[in-house]
Design a protein around this ligand. Structure first.
Ligand code: FUB
Length: 457
């Protein structure tokens, strides 16, 4: 008991230096299975926290999670890490070396925030393996301190809980137990009541199904879930007029990952924030060779007039607006010119968390301007006069900076001298717009220029 309260009061606000609007949004930790909610006008994300397997965890090739953080933002651009909110070492019913703190959720119910999570249970005397339980840690605020309950929810086991509270205050649990289920919760949330509805029974075919997220929009209930239709998990959904169904399978929200990076899992959530719908999901951007170390991303979600959901194509650019005076990571592009002269690479393949760069190259002496597009840059109300770019180029060359289209207004030209290391190159702008514009950076001359970021002054 003492340990629990000491730990629970340790939730801290951590500087937001490695968090941003482009995908992935969390840039100093692995993060997966994002469950996002809007509480009091602020977005909170409760992800799983993937870690490389420590010495006392034998399964080096499997998911490994020991604790949970919560992150928050009031604009989807600047994120705050509130630190660890629950740790496997401080939950009475959890096996403290199971590293199995898989996908969580959190919701507001009767004046408290209920953080709900699955984890490996402590074996009882005579038991070798106790299976996964699902339990709560409770707080007065969305960011903690959270105090774990003594016991998990009684009568169920499984993973990937989603705590859905309907407009009438009734609580439901969606989770992966024996298939994808949804069931009413008792008033104290500590047990399930009535009959479950099993979504797995209505799928076109069975595959791996997990990670349900139940939400309501325009009077309809959306039961959304990762599902293996082909080789890896896509995100699919079913719709109903009632939380306990009957549900009708509708289709996919996001396709499975492509061959190149190949993240086998995906896991998601949906929020409405300031009038727009957003889709949170994960991908292995910082760990291309090991897809159990994942990272949270966000893209917009759009409904069709009949209430069905449009297929979402994952982007690097993500959501939100970037100020022209911030470091604009153009490698988190909105579009790249379709050609052999523009590509994205890690700054340092041995240290993916350092981020990426755009490589403009022209070893074939192709004619033209080879560009990367970065949308939604806010140039503010006052005209800016300069540009600075972080550049690596042995032989030098020329970059042009335009807005609105690849042939749009030319803001300035950056003449790059050759150098053997990274350099910050500055140029005076010919002109600069105010307000919001899409930015285009193009190499118009040279054999290779690597760009880490650009910023306006
Ligand atoms: O993060 C561990 C597991 O991978 C989750 O619980 C699943 O949904 C999948 O994303």
């Amino acid at each position: 008991m003492k340990l629990r309260s000491v730990f629970a009061s340790a939730a801290v606000l951590v500087a937001a230096s490695s968090l941003n609007a482009q995908n992935p949004i969390i840039r100093d930790n692995f993060s997966a299975d994002p469950s996002a909610h809007v509480f009091n006008g602020r977005v909170y994300v409760y992800p799983s926290h993937d870690i490389p397997a420590p010495a006392d965890y034998a399964r080096k090739d499997w998911f490994c999670m020991a604790d949970y953080h919560v992150y928050s933002s009031d604009n989807l651009v600047d994120w705050v890490d509130h630190g660890v909110i629950v740790d496997q070492k401080h939950v009475p019913w959890v096996n403290d070396t199971s590293y199995s703190m898989w996908a969580p959720d959190c919701n507001y119910y009767n004046g408290k925030y209920y953080f709900i999570f699955p984890a490996g249970q402590k074996p009882q005397p005579g038991q070798r393996f106790a299976g996964n339980g699902i339990g709560y840690a409770i707080s007065d605020t969305p960011y903690g301190p959270f105090v774990p309950e003594e016991k998990p929810i009684q009568g169920i086991g499984g993973i990937d809980p989603c705590l859905f509270i309907d407009d009438d205050g009734q609580a439901y649990l969606a989770w992966q137990g024996r298939g994808l289920q949804v069931q009413k919760l008792s008033d104290d949330l500590m047990s399930v009541v009535g009959e479950p509805y099993n979504i797995s029974n209505i799928l076109p075919h069975r595959g791996q199904e997990e990670g349900p997220f139940l939400f309501k929009a325009n009077g309809k209930y959306y039961y959304t879930f990762p599902w293996v239709d082909d080789k890896r998990e896509c995100i699919a959904y079913a719709m109903s007029d009632k939380p306990l169904g009957p549900y009708k399978f509708v289709g996919k929200i996001m396709e499975q990952d492509g061959e190149e990076y190949s993240c086998w899992t995906n896991h998601h959530s949906v929020i409405n924030f300031q009038g727009k719908w957003y889709f949170f999901y994960h991908h292995n951007d910082y760990s291309p060779k090991f897809d159990k170390n994942r990272s949270v991303c966000i893209d917009e979600l759009h409904f069709n007039p009949d209430g069905t959901i449009q297929l979402i194509t994952p982007t690097k650019r993500g959501v939100g607006v970037t100020k022209a005076t911030d470091l604009i990571q153009i490698d988190r592009y909105s579009a790249l010119m379709e050609c052999r002269n523009v590509e994205i690479a890690y700054l340092n393949a041995d240290r993916p968390f350092d981020g990426w760069k755009v490589i403009f190259s022209n070893s074939h002496q192709d004619k033209g301007a080879f560009w990367a597009e970065y949308d939604r840059v806010d140039f503010g109300k006052e005209k800016l006069s300069g540009i600075q770019a972080r550049i690596f180029s042995l032989a030098g060359g020329t970059l042009e900076v335009r807005v609105d289209s690849p042939e749009g207004e030319l803001l300035g030209t950056i003449n790059v001298g050759g150098a053997e290391g990274w350099q910050d190159v500055k140029a005076v702008l010919d002109t600069c717009p105010t307000g919001m514009h899409n930015l285009y950076v193009a190499m118009t001359n040279g054999s290779r220029i690597d760009v880490d970021w650009v910023t306006f002054k």
